[in-house]
Write a protein that binds this ligand. Structure first.
Ligand code: BTN
Length: 238
């Protein structure tokens, strides 16, 4: 296995590791950086939501030059690598991917990601992993869990190191093979789901993802390519 060539910058406290990573974009071409902080005071989630930064959890952002046209590979590799890292701690862990890039453990969210485009060809992949605690609030869209609550003992720094190795490997994997692996690990494939967007909800059969990692939703005989939204599982046994 190749050694991950990421340089890690560690901070005690930041507003958001993504914001700091975006500030570093463009300063030092070709560099692969990881920005990590013990604490975030304004962690950001997808679709304008905030991300609670609880003590002992892992918050980091990968900054790398990556062509936007291969964004799908980046999306698939980043989530799949989290699932694989969790299985390094517990081989039979019930880990599933949830489109676009959440990771579920025992059917509850253990990890979320926020991908943002920096200047030039820089991409930021911001990742929050509930290592020790899970945020509990009435406003949660989906059940949440931490590794510790699932009986998995992990240390944030060790998790990050394992993740970087997995991610580096997966990023070098052929896109079609990576997509196969992603589909083998996703929850609800071939089943009924609802995708909630800003102003509408669409229900259909989750038919897969395309090469850009856009969701394929089969509705009334046609397949729609969905670029953004929150997935909800309709069937009880999912
Ligand atoms: C989501 O599920 O809504 C995405 C959450 C992404 C949170 C991580 S924590 C590290 C990085 N910095 C941020 O401000 N957000 C991401």
């Amino acid at each position: 296995m190749k050694i991950a060539a990421f340089e890690i910058l560690r901070f005690d406290e930041l507003e958001s590791t993504n914001t700091t990573a975006l500030e570093y974009a463009g300063k030092g071409a070709g560099k692969k950086l990881v920005i990590t902080a013990q604490k975030q005071t304004a962690g950001r989630g997808r679709r304008g939501r905030s991300w609670q930064s609880l003590a002992g959890n892992l918050f980091f952002s990968l900054l790398l030059e990556y062509p936007l046209k291969r964004l799908g590979t980046l999306i698939m590799a980043s989530a799949l690598s989290i699932a694989e890292t969790i299985k390094e701690y517990q081989a039979d862990a019930d880990v599933k991917l949830k489109w676009p890039n959440d990771v579920l453990l025992n059917n509850a969210k253990v990890c979320g990601m926020l991908l943002e485009k920096g200047c030039d060809e820089y991409m930021v992949v911001g990742i929050g992993v509930n290592i020790k605690q899970s945020p509990q609030s009435e406003e949660m869209l989906y059940p949440v869990i931490s590794l510790r609550e699932a009986g998995i003992t992990a240390d944030a720094e060790d998790f990050l190191q394992k993740y970087l190795h997995r991610f580096t490997d997966n990023l070098q994997t052929d896109a079609a093979i990576l997509r196969q692996k992603w589909l083998q690990n996703v929850k609800g494939l071939g089943q009924k789901i609802t995708v909630k967007q800003e102003n509408k909800e669409i229900t259909g059969i989750f038919a897969g993802i395309d090469e850009n990692a856009d969701l394929l939703l089969q509705t009334n005989g046609e397949v729609q390519h969905i670029l953004a939204g929150d997935v909800f599982y309709v069937e009880k046994n999912q």
